[in-house]
Write a protein that binds this ligand. Structure first.
Ligand code: EPU
Length: 438
């Protein structure tokens, strides 16, 4: 396995550049399967999740070619041969569940493994299934698989209200609805930028979708979509991660420049909270400048659906709070158990605890380097950030979690002055016991 070793305390100086969005890319890759022909996706980050999902696409017969020099992916979905997304791949990545809506839409049938839970508890798919049923799918569970069939071979469309806002369920149902025979009316849809980008791309392929950007969509099914070139947007969570890192580890008086992000996709709650810490933010057309204050102020946040504070930035915020003056809470009602980073941060010296769906963090606390374990993508980037401000070496183990979602992050941080390196290690190597001290 690999780990990242960060030697701190360090400062972030100069600039950082945001890659293409992971979560949007996965949706666009699903969308590409709806059109026979070759879709070219540009600005796709070369990440583990993207290569896992490429495998899922290949398993159903798509020809997927990744150009590693340009970050473009060509997906030829002319000759799909299977309607099944197997457990071995779906278990690696929840977004593979988009195959359900996609294959149902294109072929009127699908067999997709249930994704199961994840490191921070159960992640149900009831809304995905209920939405697809409302469009005319018959759904059965068979040995861990969802088997879905459209009555009469093609979905009819229908009306559905999402009881709770869900990014994934909205995307899955949209992917199915665009090729249905009839019209679909969806209510209380998620309006996260990933969903809007998917909608805009489907429209570019010939889909008829009204209401993008609002909580109600009307989708008039069409007979076929046309493969075309689609540009992926920048990763808003990477942008937010860099903005928090700059506010925490930047040098006062030396703003960090973050290139190629789309700050409008972050939502107002995040920018306001960052300003409340005392950080200065300047938005320009093609970059954002973030300047660390002399001393950060503790600022509480509650995660929410867009434009609320993103749950995917909660762990990074917690790390920043260890360096802020005062006590603040971080409440995550979207994923109430998403706090695996807290005990690891406590091992570095943080004063923090969890109760129910909230963490309380007091600071500023000097952190000291230690071995820490990544448990999921956002927790692992938060530990890396803690390593930047901690004194001594922090070893972030199981870095494969980080590689799922942050493209070339150590290279980017190294250029910005962080002392960071990657090493292989043997997770199961036993320390030699010193039974007899001499
Ligand atoms: N939910 C249900 N039933 C469902 C689906 C969701 O109750 O059928 C609940 C969830 O348990 C959660 C809430 O609805 O409490 C919102 O979940 P959502 O469906 O919006 O999440 P998701 O689509 O599974 C995506 C991102 C996550 C991100 C969330 C929230 C992808 C691949 N994943 O997940 O990203 O945290 O939206 O914004 O797009 C990450 O990138 O690290 C990540 C986990």
């Amino acid at each position: 396995m690999e780990k990242l070793i960060i030697k701190g305390p360090g400062r972030i100086r100069g600039s950082l550049t945001v890659s293409g969005s992971k979560n949007t890319a996965l949706m666009l890759m699903s969308g590409a399967l709806l059109a026979p022909g070759r879709t070219r996706l540009t600005n796709v980050p070369l990440l583990r999740d993207v290569s896992t999902f490429s495998q899922v696409l290949r398993v159903v017969g798509a020809d997927v070619r990744v150009d590693e020099t340009t970050g473009a992916i060509d997906i030829d979905a002319s000759n799909l041969t299977s309607c099944e997304a197997p457990y071995e791949l779906v278990k690696k990545m929840r977004a593979s569940f988009y195959m359900l809506g996609t294959l149902l839409g294109r072929f009127g049938q699908a067999r997709v493994s249930l994704p199961g839970g994840c490191a921070w508890g159960p992640r149900p798919v009831d809304l995905h299934l209920a939405g697809l049923k409302a469009l005319g799918a018959e759904i059965e569970l068979d040995h861990g698989y969802v088997v879905a069939k459209a009555k009469g071979g093609r979905l009819t469309g229908g009306a559905f209200r999402f009881e709770k806002s869900s990014v994934g369920a909205t995307a899955n149902v949209m992917l199915a609805a665009v090729l249905a025979r009839g019209t679909t009316c969806l209510d209380n849809v998620a309006i996260e930028p990933d969903v809007i980008e998917l909608g805009l791309s489907l429209v570019k392929m010939g889909a008829r979708i009204e209401g993008l950007g609002t909580h109600s969509l009307e989708i008039e099914g069409v007979d076929a979509l046309t493969a075309t070139e689609l540009e992926n947007c920048p990763d808003r969570i990477e942008l937010g991660t860099f903005m928090i890192a700059a506010a925490m580890a930047g040098a006062p008086g030396e703003p960090v420049r973050i290139n190629r992000g789309r700050p409008d996709q972050l939502g107002d709650a995040f920018a306001q909270a960052l300003l409340d810490t005392g950080a200065t933010i300047e938005f320009a057309d093609d970059h954002v400048l973030v300047e660390a204050p002399d001393q950060l102020r503790a600022t509480s946040i509650v995660t929410g659906v867009y434009p609320g504070f993103p749950t995917d930035l909660q762990a990074q915020w917690v790390v920043m709070l260890t360096q802020a003056t005062g006590t603040a809470t971080v409440r995550d009602p979207i994923y109430p158990d998403r706090f695996a980073h807290i005990p690891e941060l406590v091992r570095l010296g943080a004063t923090a605890g969890v109760s129910g769906d909230s963490a309380t963090i007091s600071g500023p606390t000097p952190l000291t380097g230690a071995n820490v374990m990544s448990t999921d993508l956002r927790a692992s980037v938060s530990l890396l950030m803690a390593g930047i401000v901690a004194t001594g070496e922090t070893h972030v183990l199981r870095v494969y979690h980080l590689d799922r979602g942050y493209e070339r992050i150590e290279e980017k941080l190294k250029k910005a002055g962080v002392n960071i390196r990657r090493e292989r290690y043997d997770e199961f190597a036993q320390p030699v016991p010193h039974l007899f001290e001499r």
